[in-house]
Design a protein around this ligand. Structure first.
Ligand code: PLP
Length: 379
């Protein structure tokens, strides 16, 4: 139940990939039959990724994953458009793959605005509009947050960006294949996708780049991916990503409905059984898979270890860094103090979770919370 961290490779995905490790192992740049077969697999995958996000295949560039896609989007736009301006707008709840790139760009002389969010984790389009200045060249707002699951009002932000003629990027790593992601109707110029979050393999991803977008490559070499991303293509991975996107397109609606039902059942059950517990993130504008609960009297780590012993994998709102428990930047941004941050638990449901598993986990969470609150020092 930690599907936002990663997902299992779908059996159909593995099956589609295997021939590309065996007989179809050609280099997609080779002109002979082996190369042509590899390229054909890759181009079919490009069409499948494009179809999922309602883009054109030539607007899809393959990368090594979400982190690289975010790096390419931000650095690529910043470097290519710096003569136009040096200001970037993002949010305080982005993934480190965006936030750390922004810090790096600040060191290169760019100015970055980190927008605050509401208690429910929403960016306010009016505040974003206010932050735009003559130097603004890029807006980067994630589609849904990986910790609290809040889905951002991208359509409204896209309209603002379009009107002001500013490039608009979204880290869609947590949403691609989970909820509709229509690049055109959201007004996106760039969007990051990662294979391993949607039942594809790790180490492969894609960046959507709208036709005509001025972007510079950050990995130079042999000119692969139309010179935007050099390096011999990871054909098996790319084929797997394509298959994962095709499966997601087929099952997304049914899966989202089912997971939303599980999600809401789990939230209601835990909140009605545990005193001083609450939901982090937005109650409705929320990923179908995401349950992020706060507990006033219990530490998330204790719950995590208890659940782990019962075979249930979840995560907490704290990142262990330099042997010190740092409160999550996302929970801090939605207004929780350090103590409340440490009492949080993230459960992220996925395609292969059953209703029985969700019930089992819900009961185990309640049981653990009751047990630990009796011996808790936080009162
Ligand atoms: N962006 C978000 C929102 C994520 O959740 C993640 C993964 O945790 C990433 C980017 C990084 O993706 P990858 O693991 O493919 O590098």
């Amino acid at each position: 139940m930690d599907n936002s961290a990663t997902t299992a490779v779908a059996p159909e995905v593995l099956e589609a990939m295997l021939p590309y490790f065996e007989e179809l192992y050609g280099n997609a740049s080779s002109l002979h039959a082996f190369g042509r077969e590899a390229r054909a697999g890759m181009e079919e995958a490009r069409e499948r990724v494009a179809s999922l996000i309602r883009a054109e295949p030539e607007e899809v560039y393959f990368t090594s994953g979400g982190t690289e896609s975010d790096n390419l989007a931000l650095k690529g736009i910043a470097l290519r458009n710096r003569a136009k301006g040096r200001h970037i707008i993002t949010t305080s709840i982005e993934h480190p793959a965006v936030l750390e790139v922004c810090r790096g760009l600040e060191a290169l002389g760019f100015e970055v605005t980190y927008l605050p969010v509401t208690r429910e984790g929403l960016v306010e389009p009016a505040a974003l509009e206010k932050a735009i200045g003559p130097e603004t060249i890029l807006i980067s707002v994630m589609h849904a947050n990986n910790e609290v699951g809040t889905i951002q009002p991208l359509k409204e932000i896209g309209e603002i960006a379009k009107e002001k003629e500013i490039y608009f990027h979204s880290d869609a790593v947590q949403t691609a294949g989970k909820i509709p992601l229509d690049a055109e109707s959201l007004g996106l110029d760039l969007a990051s996708i990662s294979g391993h979050k949607l039942y594809g393999p790790k180490g492969v991803g894609a960046l959507y780049v709208r036709k005509g977008t001025k972007i510079e490559s950050i990995i130079q070499g042999g000119g692969h991916e139309r010179s935007l991303r050099s390096g011999t293509e990871n054909v098996p991975g790319i084929v797997g990503l394509g298959q994962a996107c095709a499966l997601a397109e087929e099952s997304m609606v049914e899966e989202a409905e089912r997971l939303t039902r599980y999600r809401d059942g789990m939230i209601d059950f835990v909140l009605s059984h545990v005193d001083d517990s609450w939901l982090n993130g937005h109650p409705r504008e929320r990923l179908p898979s995401n349950v992020n609960l706060g507990f006033g009297k219990v530490e998330g780590e204790s719950l995590l270890l208890y659940l782990d012993a019962k075979g249930i994998a979840v995560s907490t709102g704290s990142a262990c860094s330099s042997r010190k428990l740092q409160p999550s930047h996302v929970l801090t941004a939605i207004g929780l103090g350090p103590e409340r941050c440490h009492g949080s638990l993230r459960i992220t449901l996925g395609r292969y979770n059953t209703e029985e598993e969700v019930d089992y986990a819900s009961s185990a969470i309640v049981e653990a919370a009751e047990r630990f609150s009796q011996i808790s020092a936080i009162r």
